[in-house]
Design a protein around this ligand. Structure first.
Ligand code: NAD
Ligand code: ZN
Ligand code: ZN
Length: 348
């Protein structure tokens, strides 16, 4: 079968011919119907100069893709909870299934995954950017139902991750609150819709790219401003306040972390979702009282079901651009160049 593979650290991915995998006992094989390209893949492949950290730590070559949906195609011995022909979405942050965090469905925060070398598909072992993929356990599958696979595959990360990040601040985002979304690409443009659907907050989008700001307005941001040193003043002018309730930072470079810190008020949240190499100051002398900084990761299985339900209710959608597997390297070039509208989706 054909697969998009990460072959060499620091080099772009390659389309390669690989053996079609067979499901072992307890595993499920999917015929992949769609796979999303995330900026974290570029980070992992070492394609971004700012966040390049050297090696990878897992065996290469590896098929990319940690956003995936498909049709159950073949069952390994003993699998009974899904059936051949089921349309499913892949829950990506696999855990051990047994620890306290996993017991709550929070496999994204599994306490043993690192020790057991359990990784998400596409981030340590073969992922969804291929004609077929193997799922280690049917509990990592969530029913997709009649949701369109291409339009909704990115909800497994670009939807779930901002959903989990926003849920952590939901109690603060009441009437009169202000939420800032920094970086309105794949994750950020979904975050804006989630904030509009779940909260009465005024939503302000910030990006360095005018097209992304236009997208932010299209999907519901009340205001959209360029990310530069004027941003705090422009935001104050728009809201009448020097500080905001929460900042969701989908970049987490030094400039955006500094912007978030400049906007921090008493009991505000600065939520760092982007995989940046920058640092944030915390402590009594660095921040207003009880201002928090946190860095959430992906989301729980239950939250993925909730996000898909929001899509079914028409409250959130993903802007997508489609690519074939042969065109997938071009999708990553466009992601790197910042010329995508929303998410690049690979349709094998
Ligand atoms: P993307 O490339 O689609 O979007 C990034 C956006 O940030 C773009 O619109 C870009 O123009 C904008 N941007 C870049 N520099 C900026 C700056 N200085 N100020 C304002 N905006 C700026 O990427 P994505 O796939 O949405 O991923 C976003 C980030 O989230 C990445 O760092 C990715 O690795 C990370 N991520 C984290 C998790 C998690 O669980 N924490 C999950 C998925 C992705
Ligand atoms: Zn991702
Ligand atoms: Zn666990």
């Amino acid at each position: 079968m054909k697969a998009l593979q990460y072959v060499k650290v620091g080099a772009p991915p390659e389309v390669r011919e690989v053996p079609t995998p067979e499901p072992g006992p307890g595993q499920v094989r999917l015929k992949v119907t769609a796979a999303g390209a995330c900026h974290s893949d570029s980070f992992v492949m070492g394609l971004d100069k700012e966040t390049y950290v050297g090696g990878f730590g897992y065996p290469l070559p590896m098929t990319l893709g940690h956003e995936g949906v498909g049709i159950v195609d073949k069952l390994g011995a003993g699998v009974t909870s899904v059936a051949v022909g089921d349309a499913v979405a892949v829950y990506g942050p696999w855990g051990c299934g047994n620890c306290y965090q996993c017991a709550q469905g929070k496999e994204n925060y599994c306490e043993r995954a690192a020790d057991l070398r359990i990784t998400p598909p596409g981030l340590g072992h073969d992922g969804s950017m291929a004609e077929y993929m193997i799922i280690d356990d049917p509990r990592f599958l969530v029913p997709l139902g009649d949701l369109d696979p291409v339009e909704n595959v990115a909800l497994t990360d670009a939807g779930l991750t901002p959903y989990h990040a926003i849920k952590g601040s939901l109690g603060k985002l009441g009437p009169g609150s202000v939420a800032v979304v920094i970086g309105t690409g794949g994750l950020g443009h979904v975050a804006i819709q989630l904030l509009r659907a779940l909260t009465p907050a005024v939503v302000i989008a910030v990006d360095v790219n005018d097209d992304k700001l236009a997208l932010a307005k299209d999907v519901g941001a009340h205001h959209a401003f360029l990310s530069n040193s004027d941003a705090p003043a422009v935001i104050e002018q728009a809201t009448g306040r020097k500080t905001v309730t929460a900042v969701f930072d989908f970049v987490a470079a030094q400039a955006t972390i500094d912007l978030g810190a400049a906007l921090a008020g008493v009991e505000s949240d600065q939520v760092l979702v982007g995989v940046g190499a920058a640092k944030a100051d915390v402590g009594m002398l660095a921040r207003p009282y009880d201002a928090t900084v946190r860095a959430p990761y992906w989301g729980s299985r239950g939250e993925l079901i909730e996000v898909l339900n929001l899509a079914r209710a028409g409250l959130v959608h993903v802007e997508t651009e489609r690519f074939t597997l042969d065109e997938a390297p071009e999708a990553y070039r466009r992601l790197h160049d910042g010329t995508l509208r929303g998410r690049a989706i690979i349709v094998p």
